[in-house]
Design a binder for this molecule. Structure first.
Ligand code: NAD
Ligand code: TDX
Length: 335
C-alpha cells in the first residue's frame, strides 16, 4: 500500500468529510488538513475535539488557486470532497454547483498537476442517471454517463476533468462513485435526517410523490473505509464504485424510521415530487470487493438507522438551529 503522511481533505467540514477525517486519524498515522469554505453545509463542530498535533482546519475556497496551490504542494495526497451536494438546492440555484463542483475540481487538478501530488476524487453514482425499478442490472464502472440533474451533471463533469488530467497530464488520480450515504452529522436538508428530525420536532415525515423511488443506502463509515482503501491500494487512473447492497424505496425507509421511533407506519405526508426525480440508483461494487478486498462493516439499513436515530436524538442542540430555515425553504416549494 501507498502510505501518505500528510493528507489534505477538501470539504472536510461537511457530512462525509468530517466522518472521513476521524477515520483517517483513527486508522493511519497521517496528519490531516481540512480545506473548507464553511458554507451552510459545513459542520465545524464535528472537528472540535481532534488532536491538534495531527489536525488543522484551513478556511478557504477550493476554487481559489492562491489558497489551493501552496496547500496542495505541502501535502502528499489530496482527497477531494468539497462540493455543493444537495439536489433540491441545485434546482433552486445551480450556479454554486457549477462554480464549486467544476471550477473547484479544475483548481484542484491544476494544483496536483503542478506539485505532482496523488489525488482521490470523491464522486457519486448519480453520474450514471437512473435505472428502471425492474432493471436486473446495477451501475458498474462501465455504465455510460447519463446525469439527469444539475448536481449530477456538475459531478459528472468533474469526473471527466479528472480522467482527462490523468490521461493528458499523467496526474496520479483515482475516482470513487458512492451510493447514498447516511449517518451522524448529515445536514437536515437530506432525506433521512430530515425525516428523523421532523419526528423529533413534532412534524410529520415528508415523502416526495408516491415514494416508489429507490436509493442504495450505505453507512458513511463504510464509505470512509472504502476511500482509504482506494487511496492506499487503488490502481491509478481507475474508478471504483462504492455500495453496500442497500436498496430500499423511500416509502420503506420512511416506514422503517417511523417504526424505530415508535410511531404508526402511516404517520407521514406525501408532498410535491422533485422535478426530474431519478427513479432508482443501484451500485455493483464488485470491482472494489474483488480487487481491493473492501467489505462493508454495517449490516442492514435498519440496524444503522437505529443508531442514526439515537445520534440525532442526542444531538438536537447541533441540528435544531438549522431546522426552521431548512423547512421554510422546503415549504416554499410545497415540500
Ligand atoms: P456536504 O454538503 O455535507 O459537505 C460539503 C462540504 O464542502 C461542506 O463542508 C462545505 O462547506 C464544503 N464546500 C462547499 N463549497 C466549497 C468551496 N467552494 N470551497 C471549499 N469548501 C467548500 O456534502 P457531503 O454529503 O459530505 O458530500 C461530500 C462529497 O461526497 C461531495 O463531493 C459529494 O458529491 C460526494 N458524495 C456524497 C454522497 C452522499 O450521499 N452525501 C454520495 C456520494 C458522493
Ligand atoms: O424530504 C424529502 N423527501 C423525499 O422523499 C427529501 C429531502 C428527499 N426525498 C427523496 C428524494 C430522493 O429520492 O429521498 C431520496 C433521497 O434524497 P436526498 O437525501 O436529497 O438524496 P439524493 O438526491 O438521492 O442524493 C444523495 O445521494 C447521492 C446526496 O444528496 C448526493 O450528494 C449524493 O451524490
Amino acid at each position: 500500500p501507498h502510505v501518505h503522511q500528510r493528507i489534505l481533505v477538501t470539504g472536510g467540514a461537511g457530512f462525509i468529510g468530517c466522518n472521513l477525517v476521524r477515520h483517517l486519524l483513527d486508522r493511519t498515522d497521517a496528519s490531516v488538513t481540512v480545506l473548507d469554505k464553511l458554507t451552510y453545509a459545513a459542520t465545524p463542530a464535528a472537528l472540535d475535539d481532534l488532536p491538534e498535533a495531527r489536525f488543522s482546519l484551513v478556511v478557504g475556497d477550493v476554487a481559489d488557486p492562491t489558497v489551493v496551490d501552496p496547500l496542495v504542494a505541502d501535502h502528499d495526497a489530496v482527497v477531494h470532497l468539497a462540493a455543493e451536494s444537495h439536489n433540491d438546492n441545485a434546482l433552486r440555484d445551480p450556479a454554486p454547483f457549477v462554480q464549486t463542483n467544476l471550477v473547484g475540481t479544475f483548481t484542484v487538478l491544476e494544483a496536483v498537476r503542478k506539485a505532482d501530488v496523488r489525488l482521490h476524487h470523491v464522486s457519486t453514482d448519480e453520474v450514471y442517471g437512473d435505472l428502471a425499478l425492474d432493471d436486473p442490472k446495477r451501475f458498474t464502472e462501465d455504465t455510460p454517463y447519463r446525469p439527469s440533474s444539475p448536481y449530477a451533471a456538475s459531478k459528472a463533469g468533474s469526473d471527466h476533468l479528472v480522467r482527462a488530467w490523468v490521461r493528458s497530464f499523467g496526474v496520479r488520480a483515482t475516482i470513487s462513485g458512492c451510493s447514498n450515504n447516511y449517518g451522524p452529522w448529515q445536514h437536515v436538508e437530506k432525506f433521512i435526517p430530515r425525516q428523523i428530525t421532523n419526528i423529533l420536532a413534532g412534524r410529520r415525515p415528508r415523502l416526495y410523490g408516491a415514494g416508489e423511488h429507490v436509493r442504495d443506502w450505505i453507512h458513511v463509515d463504510d464509505h470512509s473505509a472504502a476511500v482509504l482503501t482506494i487511496l492506499e491500494r487503488g490502481r491509478l487512473g481507475e474508478t471504483y464504485l462504492i455500495g453496500a447492497d442497500g436498496e430500499h424505496s423511500n416509502l420503506e425507509v420512511v416506514r422503517m424510521i417511523l417504526r424505530l421511533m415508535g410511531r404508526g407506519e402511516d404517520e407521514f405526508d406525501h408532498v410535491a415530487d422533485r422535478p426530474g426525480h431519478d427513479l432508482r440508483y443501484a451500485v455493483d461494487a464488485g470491482r472494489l470487493r474483488n480487487e481491493l478486498g473492501w467489505l462493508p462493516a454495517y449490516g442492514d439499513l435498519e440496524a444503522g438507522l437505529a443508531r442514526t436515530v439515537a445520534w440525532y436524538t442526542e444531538h438536537q442542540h447541533w441540528w435544531s438551529p438549522e431546522k426552521a430555515a431548512t423547512e421554510a425553504a422546503y415549504a416554499a416549494k410545497g415540500q
